[in-house]
Structures are given as C-alpha cells and as structure tokens.
Design a protein around this ligand. Structure first.
Ligand code: GP0
Length: 801
C-alpha cells in the first residue's frame, strides 16, 4: 500500500489521542503499540475485506489449515513489511522521537504452540497469503499460551503466559459467527416426518465456540487472509441456571491453556475436548460458508480443501461425515467420497510416543455420535479391505483396535493425501511407521519438505544481511527466494566476504548486548557462536552438545597455555513440565554453565549461555548471530527440522547428522560447506534389527569419554548429584537409547575441525555464503506452492521463479 509519512504521523497522533485521550509524548510504548496496531489494522481493512470478497466472487477453492498450534510471533513488523510501509512507519515514528524497536518489542509473542509444528503452521499462513492463495487457518485461541520458562537455581520453573492481558490488537471477535459444539449426553437415531433418520440428542453439554479472526497479510500483493482462532464460551441462549458450576468450569477449561507437550501425546480427556472443539467449530463454519453460494453438497470437495496438521484435528473427518449425513441427508457413500476428497494429512514424527490414541470408553462417552460414525468407518474399512489384504493387516491398521481410537490410522483412511515433511521421513513412514497403510493406499503417500517464511527469518530478522544481498543482486530475491543463489557469484569477492563477516559481527553484538543485560554474562563477539535452539528432547541430543562443552572445558583446564579459538555455546530449549529427564538435562547444562562461566582459568575462551524462555522472538535475535547450527538428532528421529533452515539462511554452517531435512541442506549447499557426522538412519535401524548396540563398548574404548562422563557423578559439575547420576545411568545402565556414545567421537572430531576452519576467515565466509545462497529452496513459498498444486488443487497468483 502507499503511505505518505506526514499523513502517517498525523494519523498516529490522532490514534493515540482517540484511544487514550493523551498526547503522544505522554504515552507508554505499550500504548503506542496498541494505537499503531489499530491504525495498521485499519489501513489493511480494505485489503482484508476485498480478499474474502474476491474469493467469493471467483468462487475460489479455499484451503483450511487445521492446526492445534500456531506460533505466529509478533506481527507488527511482519505486517508493516508485507504492506510495504515498514520504512515509512519507522521513519515517521523516529521523527516523533519514538523508539520503534521498543514499541515493537512491547507486543506479546503469542505462544500458541510448542515448537516446530506450530511455527511451521505460521510460516505456511504467511506463504499462503503471500502467494495469493485462498488459505485460512483454523485453531484455538488459548487464554494462556506455552508457559514462560525461568530458571531458579538452574531448574526450569514454569510461569503462566498471560499474553492476552492487554488484549490482542490484531484480532476481531466475531460473535455473530458462533455455532454450537456438543459433548456427552445421549444420542439416538429417530425417523423424521420426511422419512430420514436423524439423531436426537439428550443431556448434552453444549459449548459456544466464538471465533477471533486475525488478518494474515500477504507480501506486497494486497491480500489479507484469515487465521481463525476459537474461544469456548457458555451458550448465551441456554438457561444459565441449567449449567451447574462443574459444567461451566468444563467449558471455561477448553480453551484455557495449551498443552505443553511436544512430540508426546497428551492423553488426557481435556485434550480430546480441545481437539473436537476446534475441529467441529471449524468444519461447521466451513460448511456454512460453502452453502452461502452453493445449493447442493456436490461441489464441496471442489471448493474446499481441509488440511490436518498432525493428528490433533483428525476429528474433522467424522465431523464432516456427521454434518453431511445428519444435516444434509447425504447417503454414506457419497458423504465418504466427498470427505476423503476434501481431507489431507501431514505426519510430523516417527516417534511412537507422539502417535495419538484415545481409549474407546473415554471417546464414546464424550462424543457419542462421532463414535458411532468412527465405528461405521471402521466396519466398512474392515469389510472392504479384509478380502484383499487379509485379516491380520486390516486388524493392525483399522481405526479401532486394542480398545483405542487410533488417530493416525483414521487420518490416513479418511484422507486422499498423506505426507511426510522431508524425503527421509516420508520413506520411513512408508517403510516403517505406516508401512501397512502404505501397502493399502500407496497412491496417497507423498513428501512435502518443510519450509520457512523467508520474510520473517531473513528479511526481518536480519535486515543488515538483507540489505547487503540487495546491494549485490537487487531485490527480486525477496519475491523469489531461490534467486539468492545468484549471490554465489561473489564467492571470490573479498570486499563482499568482509562485509558478510561485518554483518555477522554486528548481529553478534546485538545478541551479546542482550546476554549481558538480561543474563549478566559477558561474551566476546569474535568467538564462534555455536547454537542449539529447539525443544529439549532426548532424541535431539542436547546432551551430546554438553559432552563437547565438558571436553573443551577439561582441555582448557589441562592446557592453560594452549591457544584456543574462543567459543560461546548457546542453548534455547523448553522441556515439557512432565518430562523428567529433559528437565534434568536442563539443570545439568545450567550447572555446567555456572561452572564454566565462573572459572577464572577459563577466562573468556569458553562460555555457555542457556537463554531462558526460548521462542519465536528470541529466535529472531539468536539466529542471525549464529556461526554453527547444531542439528544433531539421532538419525531417523527428527522428521525434518526447521531451525536448521532458519540458521542456514542466516549464514550458519550446519553441524549435523544425516537426519530429516539436514540431508537436503547438505545436498543443496554442498557437503564441503557443512559438518556432517554420525550414524545414518540405516545404521540405526541396523542396530535395532540386530539388537546389538552396546553403549559400554564405546565407553570402554574411549578414555576421554570415560573422564567426561565421570564429571556427572564425581562432583566436578557441582549441584547435580541426582541429575548427573540419572544422565550417567541413561547412557551406561540403560544403554543409551539415542546412540549418544556411538556418535561422540565423530562429533568431537568435527567440532575440532570447526575451530580450525574458523581461523581462516575467507574460507569460512565462503562456506557461510554457500549456505545463504542455497537456502532459497527452503522458503515456505515453494513448499506451499507444491501443497497447492499436488494436494489441495488450489491455484495461487504469484509466479514463482
Ligand atoms: C513433531 F510430532 N514436531 C511433532 C510434534 O509433536 N511437535 C513438533 O514440533 C516437529 C518435528 O519434530 C520437526 O522435525 C518438524 O520440522 C516440525 O514438527 C514441523 O514438521 C522439528 O522441527
């Protein structure tokens, strides 16, 4: 959009006055933020209105991306960038003597997700809008997001994240679009006057889902899509006295708080309520919208695509069936054909503990009508497939089995497409996790490698780098990220390489300032910034990284005179509150940091910084400053990874196992520009099949490793007598489930190589450049375009090069 700076400052002054009845000079950053947000929302309101109007006029097919998590990050800068008014607004506020950065950072970062899965959903929202694709988000407006993490005596403590305390400027409450979701009670089918069987409900707990819409602004294309988040309320029409306190509490609880579990099925009935709540509300609103312009259900699958992000929204399948059968008198076969044609499903992990199942008794009691439909899906599946694939295979893969509703199987059976998130992951789905369903529905399986929003993760997070890129190759890469590739023409341009280094140091200064001010740790900006930022999970192996830190520490202590290349090791990681082992690892790393950072003999050769409360906003600060991207999961376990892509595009070199999308990153940037090590997925499966992994062998043959592991239990690292023992035992007594010891030697070797290579600035910057130049293919724009073409059959406007 076009915006004149003087007009903007006038509008802003008026907005502050109108909202708060004060002058700008008397307003706080938070008030400035709210006023600015209101103003920007108003500037964008025509685009938002026209976008949905245009989709309707064109009768465009719409995609609905259902996700129980969205991690959008702060929206101010992103909206300004995408509207094309970032500089105007920044300059205007500057002239008013206001601190733009301070205003932006007073925006709460909505923590409506745990990690990669929720952030991926947000990146895809951004890309759908930027491609001009008719894409909508559908999720939950949690009153409290993911907990705020603080450390007390090195232990993780969880505080509530009261992100809505001051309201959310970007949302619009649309109470008139509310509908009704039913839980519990009794249901039976009754023949109606017109001869149709319809369900009759009795004694249900009814909940009113109220939508809050957030505009998702596309990049320089006048498109604003909608992310719809549902909040659970008491139905107003109901006689309030009819709801006892327990029923009211049950309703309030539904959208109260996000489950803080990552890659782990929550397994509690409240979670199932959340899942049905947003699935049902979303599907109801889709059907209602569809019937504004259509007379019959016949066109439904040609006009609507529903995407199931992991299994949490799988109940959209029986819910759509319910609506078609019970409310539109559709015969089963037709309803089923429409449903399968509408639905598609993404799997995000092969970790067994993340595969959701629900006890049939719980499910049936909470969702009686939905259960009847799932039973019928199950019956027909068995009837159709048993003659072809045999009872054994069908039993193993049916939606109902072992007293459980198996969500992943239901999702595969009720969708026309099932995708993994990186080539290796998709192969493992076919060969292992979903192998029987792959035999039954081979044509449904496909890969869609994850991507990241390059606008947020490069253009916004790293403005200095983006400007440097512009100065060499112009700005078209901002529309077509693959064009960053042309930057590799400058790989022998010393002046450019020096500037690349200067940008990195600039970013390190910003991070060092934060670390000093917030954590009281002084770090050098000429050190290697070695970064691991992701949820704390045994399979991601933060422990392996810690072993290297201990090795470096002991080496400095043993050889005080030796020249070392200074390092700062960064961690950012939350642990699920119930994940005991992960919390022990946090405590251990914090104790190690305490030891290392305060040991005079270490000086500033080595520092360990565990940044508390890692999330999207801290990612934007840390990632541009990174030299090394730690992607060290046990091969086969990390489905894709997305921090690997964010770090790459900011010029970090990957220190990586051949897992998930690391494989694709190495291929794109060239093996010589990354540091790869460790067991492959085949090696890991080999150990499983033979059953001959013996962690002790690696321990016995490696004295250095022995000495390092001793520090967990011999008091070298103070204050971890129980945690140290627990970790020690996990490796030696319980045989090291994630092959940490098997990968140790090669990992250390690569770390030493890194220290050596870092001293040759030119070669280092060339490797960094190779990573930046190759990162364009990991833009979510391409990923979403492929979803649109292959899975959703939804067109988009932008011509991608
Ligand atoms: C996968 F199963 N992921 C899950 C889950 O419950 N939560 C979650 O964040 C992640 C994967 O671990 C991933 O490999 C992947 O890239 C991401 O989903 C998006 O597909 C790590 O980022």
């Amino acid at each position: 959009m076009k915006l004149d700076e003087t007009k903007f400052t006038m509008d802003f002054i008026n907005e502050v006055k109108a909202t708060y009845a004060i002058d700008v000079k008397d307003s706080s950053p938070l008030e400035q933020l709210m006023a600015l947000g209101n103003l920007i929302k108003r500037y964008d309101s025509s685009n938002w209105k026209n976008t949905s109007k245009n989709y309707r006029q064109k009768d465009a097919k719409q995609v609905y991306y259902f996700s129980i998590e969205f991690l959008p990050g702060r929206l101010m800068k992103s909206n300004l960038l995408n509207l094309g008014i970032l500089d105007t607004v920044r300059d205007g506020l500057d002239k008013l003597g206001l601190d733009f950065e301070k205003i932006c950072s007073s925006e709460p970062d909505p923590g409506l997700g745990n990690g990669g899965l929720g952030r991926l959903a947000a990146c895809y929202m951004d890309s759908m809008a930027s491609l001009g694709m008719a894409g909508n988000g559908n999720g939950i407006r949690y009153r409290y997001g993911l907990f705020k993490q603080v450390f007390m005596n090195g232990y993780q403590v969880e505080l509530p994240d009261d992100w809505l305390r001051n309201g959310n400027v970007w949302e619009i409450r649309r109470e008139n679009r509310a509908c009704l979701v039913r839980f519990g009670g009794h249901v039976w089918l009754q023949k109606q006057a017109d001869g149709h069987l319809r369900p009759v409900y009795d004694h249900t707990d009814d909940v009113l889902p109220v939508p809050y819409d957030v505009g998702i602004v596309g990049y320089h294309n006048d498109v604003t899509n909608t992310m719809r988040l549902w909040s659970a309320e008491l139905p107003p029409s109901a006689d309030q006295t009819f709801y006892n306190q327990a029923q009211r509490d049950r309703i309030d609880q539904i959208t109260e708080v996000l489950y803080p579990d990552d890659s782990n099925a929550a397994g509690r009935s409240l979670r199932l309520r959340q899942e049905y709540f947003f699935s049902s509300a979303g599907v109801q609103s889709i059907v209602r919208h569809y019937f504004l312009d259509h007379l019959s259900v016949n066109e439904f699958a040609r006009k609507v695509a529903i995407h199931i992000n992991d299994t949490h929204p799988t109940l959209v399948i029986p819910e759509l069936m319910r609506i078609l059968l019970d409310e539109y008198d559709c015969p089963w076969d037709k309803a089923w054909q429409l449903t399968v044609a509408t639905m598609s499903y993404t799997n995000h992990t092969i970790m067994q503990e993340a595969l959701e199942t629900w006890p049939i008794d719980m499910f049936k009691g909470m969702l009686p009508r939905i259960y009847e439909i799932v039973e019928e899906i199950d019956r027909r599946y068995r009837e159709e497939k048993t003659p072809i694939f045999g009872e054994n295979t069908v039993d193993k893969t049916a939606p109902l089995g072992n007293g459980q509703v198996r969500m992943a199987y239901l999702a595969v059976i009720g969708s026309h497409s099932v995708n993994g998130v990186a080539p290796l992951h998709t192969e493992l789905l076919k060969k292992d996790v979903l192998q029987d369903l792959y035999r039954i529905y081979p044509e449904r399986f496909n890969n869609k490698t994850n991507g990241i929003a390059s606008r947020r993760w490069l253009q916004l997070a790293n403005e200095p780098l983006s400007n440097l890129i512009d100065s060499k190759i112009g700005e078209t890469w901002r529309y077509n990220p693959k064009q960053i590739q042309t930057l590799s023409a400058f790989k022998d341009d010393d002046d450019f390489l020096n500037k690349l280094e200067a940008v990195k140091i600039e970013n390190k200064k910003q991070l060092a300032k934060y670390v000093d001010e917030e954590l009281g740790i002084k770090i050098r900006t000429d050190a290697i910034y070695d970064v691991q930022i992701k949820r704390l999970h045994a399979y991601k192996r933060q422990l392996l990284h810690a072993l290297e830190i201990i090795r470096e520490y002991l080496d400095i202590k043993d050889h005080p005179k030796k020249d070392v290349i200074p390092r700062v090791h960064f961690f950012g990681a939350k642990a699920a509150p119930s994940y005991h082992y992960a919390k022990s690892v946090i405590k251990m790393i914090n104790a190690l940091a305490e030891l290392v950072n305060n040991d005079k003999a270490v000086e500033d050769k080595l520092k360990v910084v565990f940044v508390p409360n890692y999330g999207v906003s801290l990612g934007e600060l840390i990632i541009p400053a990174a030299d090394i991207s730690e992607q060290i999961s046990t091969a086969s376990k990390e489905a894709s990874g997305t921090s690997n892509m964010k770090l790459m595009t900011n010029g970090a070199l990957s220190l990586a196992t051949m897992d998930g999308a690391n494989i694709d990153i190495v291929q794109a940037a060239g093996k010589e520009n990354e540091y790869t090590f460790g067991l492959t997925a085949d090696d890991v499966y080999g150990y499983y099949h033979r059953g001959d992994y013996h962690a002790a062998q690696f321990y016995d043959s490696n004295p250095e490793l022995q000495r390092i592991l001793e520090t967990f239990v011999d008091g070298t690292i103070p204050g971890i007598s129980t945690e140290g023992r627990e970790i020690y035992d996990s490796l030696l007594r319980y045989n090291d489930e994630y092959f940490v010891l098997a990968d140790y030697a090669e990992y250390v070797q690569k770390q030493k190589q890194i220290s050596q290579d870092f001293t040759d600035k030119k070669v280092w910057e060339q490797k960094s450049l190779a990573n930046i130049a190759a990162s364009g293919t990991f833009s979510a724009d391409y990923a979403v375009a492929r979803y649109g073409e292959d899975i959703w059959q939804v067109p988009y406007d932008r011509v991608l090069k």
